[in-house]
Ligand binder design. Structure first.
Ligand code: TRP
Length: 340
């Protein structure tokens, strides 16, 4: 009997540049997860359409940038399926069907939607329906592959819960069609905060670029951004982890811990008696080293678009093969007539 590994699904939107928060919260685990899980790494370009972008040519560029970053962070196309969401039409097809099994009120409760709506309201902007339906497409992404595990940041946990509810609702009516996924959330580093406003999540779409460390930032910007990062005015200054009262320092500690692979408790012993300015130097040094290596590998992939397209093509074929099986069961059970 062949024992299958559990199935893992992960995705990132290719909207704008990826941040060190994306890496720490999600991508840093991807390479090692390939050993223990059957992994699908998706580039969620359809999700990216929910946010307004005037120049759509940027989307193509962002997709290839994101794909190169996936590869640079150690995702291996021989071990995992790497693909672009829009290439696998089954995502849109299951999305519609799951819309018929979702409730308005449960989507209206989603914290991320409420936040996005508030931001749009404040900016006197209209909000599109896709932003409201967004978690249903996520559910389709996940459920198509009979996913067991979804590694996500804390902010996405509610969407995984929703996915489980939709799957459960469907299964109660039609039998065991979908596997109920579990979210996998790391204790530290799943919520990297903004540098200047450390009570707010670091976001790749932040208008204030000084809040964010991008994976493709040059070394000069990194130095500037970390030096400007908010700390606190405790006298005498002391480095310890306290999200409530020392959000800036705690955030820098989380970043340092994640990229050096060292526990915060161990770091704190080494940082005893160290001044904030010295601490920042250490953080700058570690981030620079880490990003230098990542960017070197990224550039090697990014300059070969033929190779990138080949990876995307092969990934789409493999993902289609799997997703068609689930979609066929769903169509059959719902009585949708097919022509073959
Ligand atoms: N919404 C996720 C994000 O912005 C990206 C995403 C799309 C996703 N589909 C998914 C994450 C399915 C996990 C599972 O981070």
């Amino acid at each position: 009997m062949i024992l299958h590994k559990p199935i893992l699904f992960s995705a990132i939107q290719p909207s704008g540049n990826l941040t060190i928060g994306n890496y720490i919260g999600t991508m840093r685990y991807w390479s090692s997860m390939q050993e223990n899980y059957d992994c699908l790494y998706c580039i969620a370009d359809l999700h990216a359409l929910t946010t307004a972008q005037k120049n759509r040519l940027n989307l193509k560029k962002s997709i290839l940038d994101t794909l190169s970053l996936y590869l640079a962070s150690g995702v291996d196309p021989n071990k995992s399926i790497i693909f672009i969401q829009s290439h696998v039409h089954e995502h849109s097809q299951l999305n519609w069907i799951l819309n018929c099994f979702s409730e308005f009120s449960e989507l209206f409760r989603m914290t991320q939607f409420k936040q996005k709506r508030k931001i749009a309201k404040n900016a006197i902007q209209k909000i599109n329906t896709a932003l409201f339906n967004y978690p249903i497409l996520m559910a389709a992404d996940i459920l198509l592959y009979q996913t067991n595990i979804v590694p996500v940041g804390k902010d996405q946990k509610q969407h995984i819960e929703l996915t489980r509810n939709i799957a459960h609702r469907f299964n109660s009516l039609y039998g065991d069609i979908f596997t109920l996924p579990e979210s996998l959330i790391s204790e530290y580093g799943s919520k990297i905060m903004s540098l200047l406003e450390p009570k707010k999540k670091m976001s790749k779409s932040d208008i204030n670029k000084k809040n964010v460390i991008y994976l493709l930032d040059d070394m000069h910007s990194i130095i500037k951004k970390i030096n400007n990062a908010v700390t606190d005015s405790e006298i005498p200054s002391k480095i310890y982890y306290d999200i409530e009262n020392k959000p800036g320092i705690s955030n820098l500690l989380e970043i340092l811990s994640a990229i050096t692979n060292q526990d915060i408790t161990i770091l704190l012993k080494e940082l005893e008696g160290v001044m904030y300015s010295e601490f920042k130097k250490i953080v700058i040094d570690s981030i620079s080293k880490f990003l230098y290596n990542l960017q070197k590998s990224y550039n090697n992939y990014r300059c070969d678009e033929t190779y990138l397209k080949k990876i995307a093509y092969e990934g789409a074929i493999k993902a289609q093969f799997k997703s068609k099986k689930t979609l066929k069961r769903v169509y059959d059970i719902l009585g949708i007539m097919t022509l073959n």
